[in-house]
Design a protein around this ligand. Structure first.
Ligand code: XUL
Ligand code: CO
Length: 442
């Protein structure tokens, strides 16, 4: 393969310099080679770069066009530009020490005038990606299809009232599954951005949900048919762009999957900012998924508590991430999932260097959170507190309740004859918050 010119000139592979480093373009906490329990930090954290933000994001917003200009975007032929852009992307993945990347079909190859032409375009870029993956060792965390940008999907894809649109979306996902398999993708994500409704005046909610489930079953069947072994993931989000999205949060996602007999085939890709929009904490969504054995992967970003939309910022809130990490580690980790930076630069952050700085901050924050969470779990004080709080269910009538051996009658008898009034115990929230602060800043 011909060596492509360097695109991020003047920026080399980002070194690890440790917490006291004064170098902006250096990791302070993420040492990719650091070995912990027989695995490197790079292998533990499984970071991934989101192609759509890092290489298709321009800084545009509803009030104005893009501000971020990259030199490789200047060519006339969209396919050639797409290839050079991909070269730049893999240079970035390598320099930032990310083992994975993620994409939507339409991020990497231009949409054609027909589905056949779009597929041909995609094939060319998949062949290119395959070479780049081989040359760099960077792997595909997950693939997905963009079923929300093209006007044909304005009223949804799998939940569109028009069967023609459903068919088109099915054909698009069929191809996306094939190319994800071709690149060795370890997961496949469904984010249902327009799978919802604007008004019930024109919507048959039950029929739309039935159709969405049919679509998922077809995906499961087709994955089986082609031997795609990757994990299917649903990425919940309550709203935006649709006013009401069916995969509102993890809990409604679980209900949907169980209602339609899909629960064995799916896990969840939890995005921090989507949790915020649903009125939940990031950790809450992780715990709900973990409780159902359905924690799959993370879209790592942050929202803004003061704004009601998806700001997709890089997350440097170590407290939030440490709590999330505690829940992830307690659940046994992410398996085939990883931490995908579904995050974008702010509109005025126009320098190529800013792309590096943003990811350095995100990676450092997660690496630090990972280490802090491991310490918290190793010392076990928080876990022990929680275990003690529920210890009355470990023996005697408490255990009978858990084992299904107690009844209303047996418990009534117990209270009347033996137990009497319960003694209240403090929840000790302030003590626990102080303890957490000691771990974070001690
Ligand atoms: C949108 C979002 C998507 C999904 C992939 O809010 O998070 O980028 O991650 O379709
Ligand atoms: Co996302």
């Amino acid at each position: 393969m011909k060596k492509s010119p360097e695109h991020f000139r003047g920026i080399g592979r980002i070194p690890y310099e440790g917490p006291r480093s004064g170098t902006a373009l250096a990791f302070k906490h993420y040492d990719p080679t650091e070995r912990i329990d027989g695995k490197t930090l790079k292998e533990h954290l499984r970071f991934s770069i989101a192609y759509w933000h890092a290489f298709r994001g321009t800084g545009s917003d509803p009030f104005g066009p893009g501000t971020i200009v990259r030199p490789w975007e200047s060519g006339k032929d969209p396919l050639s530009v797409a290839k050079v852009r991909m070269d730049a992307a893999f240079e970035f993945f390598t320099k930032i020490e990310s083992p994975y990347w993620c994409f939507h079909d339409r991020d990497i190859a231009p949409e054609g005038r027909s589905l056949a032409e779009s597929n041909r375009n995609l094939d060319k870029l998949i062949a290119h990606a395959k070479q780049l993956q081989k040359a760099t060792g960077v792997k595909l965390l997950w693939g997905t299809a963009n079923l929300f940008s093209n006007p044909r999907y304005m009223c949804g894809a799998a939940t569109n009232p028009d069967a023609h649109v459903f068919a088109y979306a099915a054909a698009q996902v069929k191809k996306a599954l094939e190319v994800t398999k071709e690149l060795g993708g370890e997961n496949y994500v469904f984010w249902g951005g327009r799978e919802g409704y604007e008004t019930l005046l024109n919507t048959n909610l039950k029929r739309e949900q039935d159709h969405l489930a049919r679509f998922m079953h077809m995906a499961v069947d087709y994955a089986k048919a082609i031997g795609f072994k990757g994990q299917f993931l649903i990425e919940p989000k309550p709203k935006e762009p649709t006013k009401h999205q069916y995969d509102f949060d993890v809990a409604s996602g679980i209900a949907f999957l169980r209602t339609y007999g899909l629960e064995k085939h799916f896990k969840f890709n939890i995005e921090t900012n989507h949790a915020t929009l649903a009125g939940h904490s990031f950790q809450h969504e992780i715990e709900v998924a973990a409780a159902a054995g359905m924690l799959g992967s993370i879209d790592a970003n942050a929202g803004d508590q003061l704004l009601g939309w998806d700001t997709d910022q890089f997350n440097t809130d170590v407290r939030e991430l440490t709590l999330a990490m505690v829940s992830i580690l307690k659940a046994g980790g992410l398996g085939t999932g990883g931490f995908n930076f579904d995050a974008k630069l702010r509109r005025p952050s126009i320098d190529p260097e800013d792309l590096f700085l943003a990811h350095i901050g995100g990676m450092d924050a997660y690496a630090l959170a990972f280490k802090l969470a491991r310490r918290i779990l190793a010392e076990g004080k928080l876990e022990q507190f929680v275990a003690d709080r529920y210890s009355s269910f470990d023996s005697d009538y408490g255990r009978d309740i858990e084992k299904g051996k107690a009844t209303f009658q047996s418990l009534e008898k117990l209270v009347l004859t033996k137990l009497g009034e319960p003694t209240p115990r403090s929840g000790k929230q302030e003590y626990l918050e102080n303890l957490l602060m000691q771990y974070l800043h001690g």
